[in-house]
Design a protein around this ligand. Sequence first.
Ligand SMILES: *Cc1c(COP(=O)(O)O)cnc(C)c1O
Length: 357
Amino acid sequence: MILLNPGPVVLSDRVRNALLKPDLCHREPEFSDLQNNIRKKLLAIYDLDPNDWAAILLTGSGTSAMEAMVTSLVPQNGKLLIIENGVYGERLKKIAEIYSINHCSLTLQWGEKIDLEKLQDQLENDQEISHLAVVHHETTTGRLNSIEAIGILCQQNDVKLLLDGVSSFGAEEIDFEKWGISACAATANKCLHAVPGTSFVVTRRADLPEANTKKRTLYLDLETYCKNQDKGGTPFTQSVQTFYALDEALSEMQEQGGWLARYEKYKTLSLQVREGLFSMGIKGLMSAEESSVVLNAYDLPVGVSYEQLHDHLKENGFVIYAGQGELAKTMFRVSTMGEISAEDMQRFIVTVEMLIQ
Ligand SMILES: *Cc1c(COP(=O)(O)O)cnc(C)c1O
């Protein structure tokens, strides 16, 4: 089965086989080595200096990394501004609500471009705002939010920038230093091509709270994880087998040319799909320039329901992804992550054509 949903992705044999490595206790030096290697390789993807940055590993899906980032890094007396233009921006707000974190939001339509003037007004008119949280690639619509300008506004207003990079880390440009990023949440099973179960937050070390700061969470506290992981340990049992797979996937990625090579590969595949579908009259929800290379959203063909399209494709070996909420009735999504090729995508296009002709 070819998975064209936004993670989990089709694994390479090499990554799948890594799951079968020997049993390992998470209190043994072999585990420390494995964990240290993963932490180093994650920082190396974007050339980050380990003296200034830490990759903090968690056992959980991408949402656990978002929740750890927000609950561990916004201080009790801080205020978080959340930008919402899709499901994952809304999820950031839900986290703030559940933990009673002082927050406000810039709420846009799903898929709408972030209005920088409104953002600037909001930042200037509310001096309490200490942190801003935004999604990089809003997987709801495929929109790649432009973070550079938001980062500049944050720096001008002395606000720390928290990024949900769950569906962009490893395949889109993220300039941590220039954009002034304080932390970025991400996961193993999207652009990094490993298995679900491990997620992480890349954090500027200087922005981690002191150990004696009042905490909101035990299990998701980044300061606790970072302190333990810096010593080669772990506060709780980690998902050892998914660590093996992530380590292998990161080596494979390095050998293939890092994030830029992955960006180029996804871009080629996503344009191939876009052009193929366009030639049948199926249009993208937004332009290629506004979309990520990771996932694109398309209008359903006239007279075809999502269920019909999904089931026909699944019978032929492809899994696509529905729209969320209201968009479920009008669109479908195609991701180009994972161990897939131009031939696979050509077969996909031909299979769609079979249904609508
Ligand atoms: C996938 C995704 C998440 C996390 O989802 P999980 O199901 O918890 O892995 C968070 N943010 C974005 C932008 C995503 O695409």
